[in-house]
Design a protein around this ligand. Sequence first.
Ligand SMILES: C[S@@+](CC[C@H](N)C(=O)[O-])C[C@H]1O[C@@H](n2cnc3c(N)ncnc32)[C@H](O)[C@@H]1O
Length: 187
Amino acid sequence: MMGAVYVALMHGEVVDKTGEEKASSLTHFDLHDIARSCRSYGVARYFVVTPLETMRYLAQRMISYWNAGIGNYSIPNRGQALEVVDVVTSLDEVLQAIWARHHERARIVATSARKQASQITYRGLAEDIRSQKTPVLLLFGTAYGLSSRCIEQCDNTLPPIRDGRWNHFSVRSAVAITLERLIGEDG
Ligand SMILES: C[S@@+](CC[C@H](N)C(=O)[O-])C[C@H]1O[C@@H](n2cnc3c(N)ncnc32)[C@H](O)[C@@H]1O
């Protein structure tokens, strides 16, 4: 039995270009496109994490437009993808939601375009997901990436995609590549 995989897109605990921890703005592309990838790979929930009340309001408005509003009539599969989204305030709230569902602490795995400590391989994590029931929470950053304070709370980090080359992916592409490596079919 495959363990549950969760995705969190962090808009708090991220850094700006000076390296200072800041809250970032939500983008509609991140909301829609990551929801589509999560739904396609059977991710249990996609958490949009933002400490900013206005951004949570905006996210909920966008979701209800596509789920229940005229958007549901014009592009129904966008609303279907967005059913996987939960909008929350903090990483703690994410962990509590996973705990409530599994009665187990999630294994938190951070992603970054730069090498970080406690690295595991994609193959190793894919194997753990296939063979263990511990829920896995994949963390993705916005702005200039997850802060070191955030990465230090994680159990593991994944190696950068295309390490050692120019490798600054949009977070939407990084999520799709990561899910394909961890859950996608072989060949
Ligand atoms: C730093 S944000 C940049 C956001 C950017 N403004 C955008 O449009 O998506 C990108 C996030 O995607 C992931 N990411 C980007 N490049 C990556 C790479 N080479 N390897 C692993 N993850 C990567 C990380 O989670 C990172 O925090």
